[in-house]
Design a protein around this ligand. Structure first.
Ligand code: HEM
Length: 234
């Protein structure tokens, strides 16, 4: 009786690829949680300058004091974000390299059209996201690009109001958040698949859940900029 056996090298490559995809899934789900909290936190803009500035300063200062030292939360947050970004982007390059090599292999079965469309969308939106995250940090956090407000403006609330009085910035942020929505719409499905949580009967549910989270993230993120642009927040 013959048992199917996989060559050790092949098995090693297979398990590395699965591990890398799981790393990409876990770091991706970490980012999904961050964007949900970030989008929700920005809604504080609707409660006025005092509430928003207090929230922004609390996050960077006394959050969870004395459990954490002064500024502890933002430090832990930034270190985790950098670690997760290195893992996520590194895993993406690994997967891209492997699938490129596999494509050159004449024994590889051609992928279906939907799958390669999703993969292309993920790569395209990833590049937009990376560029706009850099822009975003230089814009609001460091004010190296003080578009819409003076670089010396200390109030996070006034920075936001200043920025989104400019319609061009509202459009740019809509592109940013739109790319994010497309990325996580498919990313959530893909992450659940990599972790092994999808079965034939839950595939559809995961597609719908990914779409709902993506849509909500877009609407909640864009609510303050649009409210500022139309003069509801000023
Ligand atoms: C309309 C959409 C968005 C608005 C209005 C917005 C606004 C802000 C503001 C006001 C800050 C705080 C800056 C500071 O005082 O230091 C911030 C921080 C941040 N935002 Fe956003 N954001 C948006 C979307 C996003 C998206 C889509 C991402 C990522 C995919 C993102 C990632 C970040 C990060 C990583 C920080 C923290 C930077 C740090 O370490 O201080 N933001 N955002």
């Amino acid at each position: 009786m013959s048992t199917k056996s996989v060559a050790p090298k092949q098995r090693r490559a297979w398990s590395t690829n699965v591990f890398v995809k799981q790393l990409m899934a876990i770091s991706g789900l970490f980012f999904v949680m961050f964007v949900i909290v970030h989008a929700y936190g920005n809604l504080k803009m609707f409660f006025g300058q005092e509430a928003y500035d207090h929230y922004a300063h609390w996050l960077k200062g006394d959050a969870f004091y004395p459990l954490l030292p002064h500024g502890g939360l933002i430090l832990i947050f930034r270190l985790s974000m950098i670690t997760m970004a290195v893992i996520h982007v590194g895993a993406a390059f690994h997967t891209w390299y492997i699938s490129n090599r596999a494509r050159k292999d004449r024994y590889t079965v051609k992928k279906n059209v939907a799958e390669s469309y999703a993969a292309r969308t993920m790569r395209f939106t990833a590049v937009i996201l990376l560029l706009l995250v850099i822009f975003h940090i230089l814009h609001f956090t460091t004010a190296h690009i003080p578009a819409g407000f003076p670089a010396t403006e200390e109030s996070p609330y006034l920075r936001m109001v200043g920025a989104f009085n400019n319609p061009a910035l509202v459009v740019l942020y809509a592109v940013f958040v739109g790319a994010l929505a497309l990325h996580i719409g498919h990313g959530i499905w893909s992450a659940l698949q990599s972790i092994g949580w999808l079965r034939r009967n839950t595939q559809h549910l995961a597609t719908v859940a990914g779409g709902i989270v993506a849509g909500l993230v877009f609407v909640v993120f864009m609510a303050p900029p649009v409210a500022i642009a139309i003069g509801y927040i000023n």
